[in-house]
Design a protein around this ligand. Structure first.
Ligand code: 4AD
Ligand code: MG
Length: 440
């Protein structure tokens, strides 16, 4: 490695030692003939003292965001001169040698400062520079942990990780538009859900499967919560009694996840100013009950309609007040709005054994018990006007011994957005794809 230490790792314990550091120029302050360089890498910022000679030689080269290599001696600061705003505030490095590794052009195309005034579109054009900002970096450190802790949860819970095709013949997720692409004289669709495959591999005898993978939706929506490519966290499990078994796993997952994030992302959460409330249990309400509550709050939600963003927000606020919970399961979505593969209760064919999970008033997941009885499934497809014959490989799943099963599709981007209270889902993904954006 070209450095002995990362910038944020040097501490008073290293006083007197020679260290070699390498990072980006955060700021250079020249005072008279000497200067102070704030050098930054992923771990933090450290102050470097440059004497007259080094200042004279380098002050015009050390443009913000250039990469420099510095060798120098660590000095402990006197107690009354500790810089509280820096993690390394108790020390300073007196440079002996300096080397410009890679110069940054000026001017920078976006503000690489915490209180940026650059708009989000421009920031996304130069996302790699934007990520150099502490705020943004912390978001992606938390997202990374959400990802790894999710894997940890499902592994511990005995689920099998699967990777299913993203190039498919046709989707099963009714209502979600597909991206069509040429495929050797045929037309393929980019997977808008692993739905078919996760059911297939429960029935295969793997029993409990999960997949964390990209999902593509050709939705021309310009909202703060929709992308055309996002990361789905999907799981599916067999031998369930009903959809409540699925909800139990979802509840266990979020308790585990939030606990772990709280423990392992202390610094990030503190920097971002985000408190994390862990639910003791997740309250449940039917969509019928939600409709009544909405009515009381002046919002009419017609039967057979899904809650819109405003309705979800109202429901979220209501459960926060009533149960002090950031989460709520809303049950029994109308058959009219749900895909044909959702199971319906025996005594009410107008609803499905489905649920949405709302987190701080935004849908982050949709789940259900699936219909595994072929005759019922066929009848349901017919009712929805779907030609089941064209989906023979999906139909086959239920022909040779299919167990009762259910699952959920969650969105990693939305979970990150809601956990960190981000105003736009584009803040929660490195390189968002939406109807207007296909680069970088
Ligand atoms: O609600 P959706 O469309 O449900 C399914 O895909 C079903 N197969 C799930 C199931 O197993 N029954 O998508 C699931 C989740 C949403 O709740 C949301 O978190 C996320 O995926 N999602 C999106 N995230 C970002 N941009 C979009 N356009 C999204 N569409 C769905
Ligand atoms: Mg949904």
């Amino acid at each position: 490695m070209i450095r002995t230490h990362a910038c944020g790792e040097v501490s008073a314990k290293d006083a007197g030692k020679e260290v070699t550091l390498c990072g980006w120029v955060d700021t250079l302050r020249v005072t008279g003939k000497i200067s102070f360089l704030l050098l930054r890498d992923r771990t933090g910022i450290i102050q470097i003292f440059l004497d007259t000679g080094l200042t004279e030689k380098y002050q015009h080269d050390l443009k913000k965001e250039s990469v420099v290599l510095v060798a120098g001696i660590v000095h402990k600061r006197p107690e009354n001169q500790v810089k509280k705003e820096l993690k390394t505030g108790s020390i300073e490095v007196a440079a002996k040698k300096l080397e410009l590794v890679s110069a940054a052009e000026t001017p920078l195309p976006i503000d690489v400062i915490e209180d940026t005034t650059t708009n989000i579109d421009k920031r996304l054009d130069y996302r790699f520079l934007d990520v150099r900002r502490e705020q943004v970096k912390h978001i992606f450190l938390v997202r990374s942990k959400i990802y790894s802790k999710t894997v940890e949860f499902f592994e511990q819970a005995g689920f099998v990780a699967v990777q299913t095709p993203k190039l498919t013949a046709s989707g099963v997720e009714s209502g979600a538009e597909e991206f069509k692409i040429p495929y050797f004289g045929k037309t393929a669709s980019l997977a808008q859900s692993p739905q078919v495959y996760k059911q297939m591999f429960v029935v295969s005898g793997l029993e409990k499967v999960y997949e964390i993978a990209p999902i593509f939706r050709a939705e021309k929506s310009h909202t703060t919560r929709h992308l055309t490519e996002f990361t789905g966290i999907d799981f599916e499990m067999g031998f369930i009694k009903d959809e409540h078994d699925v909800m139990q796993v979802v509840e266990d997952y979020f308790k585990f996840l939030l606990n772990e994030i709280k423990k392992s992302c202390k610094e990030e959460l503190q920097y971002l100013g985000v408190p994390v409330d862990i639910p003791k249990s997740i309250p449940k309400m039917t969509l019928g009950e939600a409709r009544k509550i909405l009515k009381e709050h002046g919002k009419t939600l017609p039967e057979d309609e899904d809650p819109d963003a405003e309705a979800e927000k109202l429901i979220g606020d209501y459960v926060k007040k009533k149960y002090n919970s950031d989460f709520v399961f809303v049950l029994d979505y109308p058959w009219k709005k749900r895909p044909f593969y959702h199971m319906r209760p025996e005594n009410n064919k107008k609803i499905t054994k489905s649920f949405d999970l709302l987190y701080k008033g935004v849908e982050i997941g949709t789940g259900a018990q699936r219909e595994h009885r072929l005759d019922v499934l066929e009848a349901q497809a017919k009712e929805k006007g779907i030609d089941f014959k064209k989906m023979s490989f999906y139909r086959d799943i239920f022909r040779f011994g299919a167990v009762p099963h259910g699952g959920i599709g969650l969105g990693l981007d939305r979970i990150t957005q809601q956990l960190l209270n981000l105003p736009n889902i584009r803040e929660a993904i490195l390189l968002p794809r939406d109807p207007e954006r296909l680069t970088p």
